[in-house]
Design a protein around this ligand. Structure first.
Ligand code: DX5
Ligand code: ZN
Length: 219
């Protein structure tokens, strides 16, 4: 298990050249972050299951699917069946997160719980033993290219204390506005998985951008 995970988000890639864009980071990245938005849970609309199924054959990278959708109990297991490594859904969209985590694990995927900008973390700490990943948004979910909100790292610190004191096996992932400067703050707060869209695909050399981010996080 690599100590730190860097997960480029294809939301910032050129959707007309998806396979190529994914291969550009294949040897530098740990996971590929795939943002699924349904125009209901968030106002934006991105890609869904058919694209994930097709893309699965184009790369060896594990898929870190981030579902920003309503009714994840209906849709999430399909992403596990499509070969996603980790499937993360939002706590705000699910009334029985532990049951869905179980479904995902029995479908062969890791289970992730996402916490959006305006959602406190404390009520959900007790659910964490059922999960493999905790995704703490460092922006409001919905769009790439937004500004990192440093105050949200307080949730990362709280989660890190809880994970360490309970000896939980759980990745703490941050998503939104992660770049060379902010990744260091997020790592210091206790995150060990980092999603980056604009900072990777906005760079001339996406693979080099991933390597730089990793080096920053390791400092
Ligand atoms: C936004 C998505 C993010 C997005 C991050 O809701 O969940 O994964 O791609 O993009 P940047 O890194 O540009 O903030
Ligand atoms: Zn995301």
């Amino acid at each position: 298990v690599p100590p730190l995970i860097v997960a480029p988000s294809i939301l910032a890639a050129d959707f007309a050249r998806l396979a190529e864009e994914v291969r550009a980071v294949e040897h530098a990245a740990d996971w590929l972050h795939v943002d699924v938005m349904d125009n209901h849970f968030v106002p934006n609309l991105t890609i869904g299951l058919p694209v994930v199924q097709s893309l699965r054959a184009a790369t060896e990278l594990p898929f870190d699917v981030h579902l920003m959708i309503e009714d994840p109990r209906r849709w999430a297991p399909g992403y596990a069946d499509a070969g996603a490594y980790n499937v993360t859904f939002h706590v705000e969209a699910c009334d029985d997160p532990v049951a869905l985590a179980k479904d995902l694990r029995s479908a062969g995927a890791k289970a992730g719980l996402a916490i959006d900008r305006d959602t406190p973390i404390e009520p959900y700490l007790e659910l964490l033993p059922s999960f493999d990943t905790l995704l703490i948004m460092t922006i409001k979910a919905g769009f790439g290219g937004q500004r990192f909100i440093p105050q949200l790292l307080e949730k990362v610190r709280t989660a890190r204390r809880h994970v360490d004191s309970g000896h939980l096996e759980l990745r703490i992932e941050v998503d939104g506005g992660i770049a060379a400067d902010t990744i260091e703050q997020a790592a210091a707060a206790g995150a060990d998985a980092f999603v980056a869209g604009t900072a990777v695909y906005g760079a001339d050399d996406p693979a080099e951008a991933v390597r730089r981010l990793r080096a920053q996080a390791e400092r």
